[in-house]
Design a protein around this ligand. Structure first.
Ligand SMILES: *[C@@H]1O[C@H](CO)[C@@H](O)[C@H](O)[C@H]1NC(C)=O
Ligand SMILES: *[C@@H]1O[C@H](CO)[C@@H](O)[C@H](O)[C@H]1NC(C)=O
Ligand SMILES: *[C@@H]1O[C@H](CO)[C@@H](O)[C@H](O)[C@H]1NC(C)=O
Length: 519
């Protein structure tokens, strides 16, 4: 048996001889974030590479070539943040941003302080590239230098400023709204004003609060690193971003910022559990799927809100599948099925499922579009507002305000989305466009990871923007010169002419008066 394992191991290592060794850091304790990273990790293993994944979700079934480093300390420090998510839509956006940065400090430190992670750092492994989730953890990008390998960023959400910073992607504020604002790419003057103001506020917070804090963590936990923190974080070889133009809107990116939205959707469907399938099958008028994702637990909702929601479902023609994490839900109507877990993709794929009630997170909206199902969005935090603004703009969804949600309004939205065919028609068109790609998002991601690894970090892709400071980047110096010259020409020259003339005239007067005196 041992010999067999040895031979198998040998064969495996031979088989992997031209594979790379990757390190993947998934620093957040969110299940959905893990799902994105895990899809890429599995894809890389299936392409013949080896990977070590640092996360809070160790594999239940071992996968050859895939090694776990379990870091439970991150759950400990992030638990409170997850429970507080429901409250985040009650707070002002400007406060939410600060909260995100503070959470970032906690989870960045939480990972570095995890005993398993500290042992791992001391283990002197070597890697061909370090793939690091980009989630308020800039200090951790220094792990690339620690392991002497190029840095690859993996954004499980959209392109926040601190992620674009890594590769210098342009994001003109005139048509690229901040992803925490509920705007789309066509902004009114007022919206543009808010966008610019919010971006400026974010920039100030980043430069004077968040980044100095991350720099401290970088120095504390990676004392052997020689590279300057600020240069290091603008030196990524590649950033993979969980977006796609067919899911959002056209915007510019650096050539090493690649859209791979939907990597986690493998297109394979599994049969539904029998009970769930029968419940959907037997619905005369179709079914609605309601889940607020893995982090927002419906059981944590205030009881009054739960009653409003049940009020909307009671007497509805459709059946409802609700991800609700308790066994017992008093007053639950007949047409509602609750469970703490649902096979989301397989449910969305069922032809009798008509719509998805969601928080509007990127993974959920992507899955819904993939399966051509319109959405009703109850955005709570982060990019959910932006995603739902986009859903309303394109016409594949309805956004409701969760704070003021009542059963009448909720009910009307469900009736509208199930009775007006336009929503489904729009989302099926999007699904068709989204699926019409040259490579699957996962294949594209694997190609790019291999490409920059093969080219030792692919420095040739790096934008020169990364070496400019803000006034050079925005040509403030050039504009000053142009304005200076223009002002000189427009004001200085006439002024000089005027002065000369004045002088000339007064001299003339003087000589004339002298002449007069002499006479
Ligand atoms: C790692 O390398 C350092 C110095 O090169 C050495 O002191 C240490 O024992 C090594 N650790 C392991 C686990 O090999
Ligand atoms: C940038 O990354 C490359 C590897 O990808 C490394 O060789 C180089 O030293 C880094 N430069 C800075 C300033 O961090
Ligand atoms: C549900 O309906 C499909 C298609 O009509 C059928 O193949 C399947 O067996 C049904 N499942 C159950 C559990 O009734």
């Amino acid at each position: 048996m041992r010999l067999f394992a040895l031979i198998l191991g040998l064969l495996f290592s031979l088989g992997c001889s031209n594979g790379y060794k990757f390190l993947m850091i998934l620093n957040s304790a969110g299940r959905s974030h893990f799902n994105v990273g895990h899809a890429l990790a599995k894809g890389l293993v299936n392409s013949g590479h080896e990977i070590t994944v640092v996360s809070v979700f160790p594999l239940k079934k071992p996968l050859p070539g895939y090694q776990d480093v379990n870091v439970p300390n991150v759950i400990k420090v992030m638990g409170g943040d997850i429970a507080a998510l429901w409250e985040s839509n009650k707070k002002l956006l400007v406060k939410n941003l600060i909260d995100h940065y503070q959470m970032g400090f906690r989870i960045t430190r939480g990972l570095f302080e995890d005993p398993n992670f500290q042992d791992f750092l001391k283990s002197n492994q070597s890697y061909d590239a370090v793939i690091c989730e980009t989630f308020y953890n800039d200090a951790q990008y220094g792990l690339a230098e620690h392991f002497n390998a190029p840095l690859i960023g993996l954004s499980t959400g959209g392109g926040l400023t601190f992620i674009s910073d890594m590769v210098g992607s342009p994001a003109p504020a005139s048509f690229v709204p901040h992803i925490m604002l509920p705007f789309n790419d066509h902004m009114s003057l007022y919206e543009r004003l808010l966008n610019v103001a919010f971006l400026a506020y974010e920039r100030l917070l980043l430069d004077y609060y968040y980044l100095p804090g991350q720099e401290q963590l970088y120095k504390e936990f990676l004392p052997g690193n020689k590279r300057c923190f600020y240069e290091m974080r603008r030196n990524a070889s590649l950033v993979l971003i969980n977006q796609h133009v067919s899911l959002s809107f056209p915007r510019p990116y650096s050539p090493n910022m690649i859209e791979v939205g939907g990597m986690h959707i493998d297109g394979k469907l599994s049969p539904l559990p029998e009970k769930i399938e029968r419940f959907i099958n037997e619905s005369e008028h179709g079914a609605i799927y309601f889940s607020m994702g893995s982090n927002l637990k419906s059981k944590d909702l205030p009881p009054a809100k739960i009653q409003e929601i049940l009020g909307a479902f009671r007497g509805l023609k459709q059946r409802v599948l609700w991800k609700f994490e308790l066994n017992d839900l008093p007053n639950k109507p007949e047409n509602v099925y609750i469970s703490d877990w649902f096979p989301q993709t397989d449910i969305l794929a069922h032809s009798k499922v008509l719509a998805f009630v969601t928080h509007g997170g990127m993974l959920s909206t992507t899955e819904s579009i993939y399966h051509g199902k319109p959405v009703i969005g109850l955005p709570i935090f982060s990019d959910q507002f932006f995603n739902m603004a986009h859903a309303e703009q394109t016409g594949y969804g309805i956004m409701l305000d969760f704070k003021s949600l009542n059963s009448k309004e909720f009910r009307e939205a469900i009736e509208r989305i199930t009775s007006e065919p336009s929503y489904t028609k729009v989302v099926q068109g999007m699904s068709f466009r989204y699926r019409d790609q040259q490579q699957t998002p996962l294949e594209k991601a694997i190609y790019w990871v291999e490409h920059v690894t093969r080219h030792q970090g692919a420095a040739y892709l790096q934008s020169a923007a990364q070496r400019l400071n803000w006034w050079q980047y925005h040509n403030v110096d050039v504009l000053l010169i142009i304005f200076g010259v223009a002002i000189f020409l427009l004001v200085g020259i006439p002024l000089a002419i005027f002065k000369l003339l004045k002088k000339f005239l007064s001299e003339e007067k003087k000589t004339q008066s002298r002449k007069v005196k002499r006479n």
